[in-house]
Design a protein around this ligand. Structure first.
Ligand code: PRP
Ligand code: URA
Length: 208
């Protein structure tokens, strides 16, 4: 299976506040950050550790350490930025990139307007961040841009995924693993995820 859905009462609880239309910007941002930490925790479950010798106050031991800078976290602008804060709290030395995408309001096709990723990106494992996987257009284009740069290990972390978006990523990029907090029912006629949480970017940045 290329999709892992976090299935936990704590996540459902946090999503219930996040989805609520009466939840304000501050709490919305905090929750996106918190849930992103849990996604990162799950997505890094099989991360390889480097054996390192350290000395506790009692004795020497060999213990695994994460080579944090081998990983790149890349938010898809704008809304993906909301996920970054929580993640860099737990993997502070990871490399950060940015991919700018917006969905054309009429065609719903993604438009790429910015691309800046860490050097030697092809040697790093990449975690793409975007709270919403709707039609999957933005995710697929961002993944394709990374593959053009030679990236081989790509994970996609999102909060809410629509079945349509999952299907599209699975078809176009079967090698990419998707981690999501919840898989919702469907897209509406405006390609918004239902029940969803509305426009993630607008709710994070208070733009509407
Ligand atoms: C939203 C969201 C994804 C995209 C998902 O971004 O953050 O990037 O839509 O839709 P898709 O799966 O159908 O491509 P939006 O275009 O609203 O831009 P924003 O983050 O700047 O608000
Ligand atoms: N983008 C969002 O922010 N929300 C959706 O439901 C779909 C795309």
């Amino acid at each position: 299976m290329s999709v892992l859905e976090l299935n936990h009462p704590l996540i459902e609880h946090k999503l219930s506040i996040l989805r609520d239309k009466n939840t304000g910007t501050k709490e919305f941002r905090e929750l996106i950050s918190e849930i992103s930490c849990f996604l990162c925790y799950e997505a890094m479950r099989n991360a390889k550790l480097k054996k390192t010798e350290i000395e506790t106050p009692l004795e020497k031991i060999e213990i695994g350490r994460l080579e944090e800078d081998k990983y790149a976290f890349i938010p898809i602008l704008r809304a993906g930025m909301g996920m970054l804060d929580g993640i860099i709290n737990v993997v502070p030395n990871a490399k950060i990139g940015h991919i700018g995408m917006y969905r054309n309001e009429k065609t719903f096709e993604p438009v790429n307007y910015f691309f800046k990723v860490p050097n030697e990106i092809e040697k790093r494992e990449v975690f793409l961040l975007d709270p919403m996987l709707a039609t999957g257009g933005s995710a697929c284009d961002a993944i394709a841009l990374l593959k053009e740069k030679g990236v081989k290990a790509i994970n996609f972390l999102c909060l809410i995924a629509a079945p349509e978006g999952i299907k599209r990523v699975e078809q176009e990029h079967p090698d990419v693993k998707i981690y999501c907090a919840h898989i919702d029912e469907k897209l509406n006629k405006n390609k918004y995820i239902c029940p969803g949480l509305g426009d993630a970017g607008d709710r994070i940045f208070g733009t509407k």
